[in-house]
Design a protein around this ligand. Structure first.
Ligand SMILES: NC(=O)C1=CN([C@@H]2O[C@H](COP(=O)(O)OP(=O)(O)OC[C@H]3O[C@@H](n4cnc5c(N)ncnc54)[C@H](OP(=O)(O)O)[C@@H]3O)[C@@H](O)[C@H]2O)C=CC1
Ligand SMILES: O=C1O[C@H](COP(=O)(O)O)[C@@H](O)[C@H](O)[C@H]1O
Length: 542
């Protein structure tokens, strides 16, 4: 069921943003007229185009990697499934010279059909591409954005215009682009929203400066800070799992949970993105955002409702209850070259875009703590790395042992063998499974560990949408639940900034690990200090 109303229904959708500083200025100067409430609710199709609304989506940085790989394909998937409004236009904006036809050719190479929904896919692609246009311009030129504005207006044809800008550009030009888009290409009578890609700064100070600069041109509710992990199916399911199943929520505390592990691994290196990565490193690239966001959703208290502000309020509370990370609780690593099966896999510093003497971590493990009554003393262990032995993202919840367990003798003293573990596998092969102790069928009394397994591919015959689809749709619909609010961002940076500074100022040497391995051994010592064994090492967890 499409979530977006199209056609006549869309005529009743009123702009929801508060006026931006720019808009207020224009209103004061009489440069803009305010649609009266009557205009907003009573327009019917007989008013001509005026009563209908359009959405124009401008992909700023359209020639780039993310736009090609994720944004255009996600927009097509939304179009294919009927989620885009009836009147929509997509503009690519970048400095590269391209015609509309060239943009369409570029985009067409990246579009794919769903495995389970291929009907009319070719025709749908054609229809989609016909709605894609290109405008070449500089990111810091108001004139060029004014030219874009003129083109957008032609397509909007007098309808109520809503505009979404997706900043798919390097962070050093975010502000220029926001300034120009806001001053020269804001919607005249509908909403204007801007999706901002990470990185949101590289520490507390630069992040706060970015927020301040953005707020010169936009209100907070126009800023959609994207963390694509929040758009992943199993991350979105976390709240459903916790708050709609009686069996989980009562166990969700220090009373029953021994530790929580948040694990991210990739089986490839920085290949091609070394230039960006070297300035950030794995802690900023993965931990401070993706893993911490998952942690906040995992650990938050029950929100008042599913509304964005209620959920984000609870996330902020968790983040602000966390202890700033200490250097002692962090292990960093960097991958080195490795030859396996006659193939040589390059080390991090073999990447031409990385300085030869770089100490930037490509792996990190950390122990974090939430100092509130629910989680006091429970280690939240994070592990993230590139060029490891597999590609995986998962949450592991290890439960305490059963007091006075009748069957202890069947398991011996190995706590990890005897206790339950809940695994939420975010990717690949999305799954939720619970390790339980079970009697092996037969006349004897032999126990083993088995999985109660919800494997998505077996349970749901539907392809899981890419995270960018969900997030783009939410931004179009004005749903902010899965986007990061500025206070969340501040709290997240407060946790990591001191340790990042210490690592950099003291030039801490990372532990080197071979490409394709399980990462530095130091991660095991760190876990052991808190009586934890990483859950992804078991034979049934490969
Ligand atoms: N690629 C990915 O997988 C991911 C990317 N991101 C973030 O998304 C954003 C875009 O990423 P990505 O597409 O990889 O970036 P690119 O490096 O591909 O840059 C996007 C476009 O920006 C323009 N551009 C690049 N460098 C400069 C520069 N120095 N000055 C002015 N314009 C420049 C180029 O377009 P032109 O020359 O035509 O103007 C380029 O095509 C970044 O913020 C990145 O951190 C986040 C997660 C994943
Ligand atoms: O944000 C980022 O995420 C990707 C991993 O995303 P995934 O959806 O493919 O798991 C990571 O490769 C990249 O370094 C990072 O910037």
């Amino acid at each position: 069921m499409p979530r977006f109303f199209t056609g006549a229904a869309a005529a009743t959708i009123a702009p929801v943003e508060k006026d931006t500083p720019l808009k207020k200025k224009q209103l004061n100067e009489g440069l803009l007229s305010v649609p009266s409430p009557e205009d907003r609710i009573s327009l019917t199709p007989t008013d001509g185009n005026k009563g209908e609304s359009t959405v124009s989506i401008t992909v700023v940085g359209a020639s780039g990697d993310l736009a090609k790989k994720k944004i255009f394909p996600a927009l097509f998937a939304l179009f294919y499934e009927g989620y885009l409004p009836e009147h929509f236009t997509i503009f690519g904006y970048a400095r590269s010279k391209m015609t509309d036809a060239e943009l369409r050719l570029m985009v067409s190479k990246t579009l794919t059909c769903r495995i389970d929904q291929r009907e009319n896919c070719g025709a749908k692609m054609e229809q989609f591409l016909e709605r894609c246009f290109y405008h070449s311009g500089q990111y810091d030129s108001q004139d060029h954005f004014s030219d874009l504005d003129k083109k957008l207006k032609e397509h909007e044809a007098g309808r109520v215009s809503n505009r979404l800008f997706y900043l798919s550009i390097p962070p050093n030009i975010f502000i220029d682009a926001v300034k120009c888009a806001s001053l020269s290409a804001s919607a005249a009578n509908g909403w204007t929203r801007v999706i901002v890609e990470k990185p949101f700064g590289r520490d507390s100070e630069s992040s706060a400066a970015l927020t301040r600069a953005l707020k010169n041109y936009l209100e907070e509710d126009q800023i959609f800070r994207i963390d694509h992990y929040l758009g992943k199916e199993l991350v979105e399911n976390l709240s459903v799992l916790r708050f709609s199943n009686l069996i989980f929520e009562p166990l969700w505390s220090r009373q029953y949970i021994r530790n929580v592990q948040l694990i991210f691994s990739e089986d490839f290196g920085t290949e091609g993105r070394g230039g960006y990565f070297d300035n950030y490193g794995i802690i900023r690239d993965i931990m401070q955002n993706h893993l911490l966001q998952i942690l906040a959703l995992f650990a938050m208290e029950t929100p008042v409702s599913c509304d964005a502000e209620d959920i984000r309020n609870e996330k902020v509370k968790v983040l602000r209850s966390m202890r700033p990370l200490k250097l002692d609780d962090v292990v960093i690593g960097q991958y080195k070259s490795h030859t396996r099966g006659g193939v040589n896999y390059p080390g991090y510093t073999d990447d031409k875009t990385v300085p030869k003497d770089s100490r930037t971590p490509t792996f990190a493990a950390a122990a974090l703590f939430i100092d509130n009554s629910r989680w006091d003393g429970v280690p939240f262990l994070m592990k993230a790395g590139k060029a490891l032995h597999n590609r995986r993202a998962e949450i592991r919840v290890q439960f305490r042992h059963v007091p006075g367990n009748l069957y202890n003798k069947n398991f011996g003293t190995d706590l990890d063998q005897a206790t339950n573990e809940l695994v939420i596998r975010v990717q690949p092969d999305e799954a939720i499974y619970l390790k339980i102790n079970n009697k092996v069928p037969g006349l004897g009394m032999r126990l083993d560990r088995s999985n109660l397994n919800l494997l998505y591919a077996a349970r749901y015959a539907k392809e899981i949408p890419d995270a960018y689809e969900r997030l783009l749709l939410d931004a179009i619909e004005g749903e902010r639940r899965l986007f990061i609010r500025s206070d969340e961002l501040d709290a997240a940076w407060s946790l990591f900034t001191p340790v990042l500074k210490e690592i950099e100022e003291n030039k801490i040497i990372p532990e080197y690990y071979p490409y394709g391995s399980r990462g530095p051994v130091g991660a095991h010592y760190l876990a052991a200090r808190y009586n934890v064994r990483w859950g992804d090492l078991g034979l049934d967890d490969q």
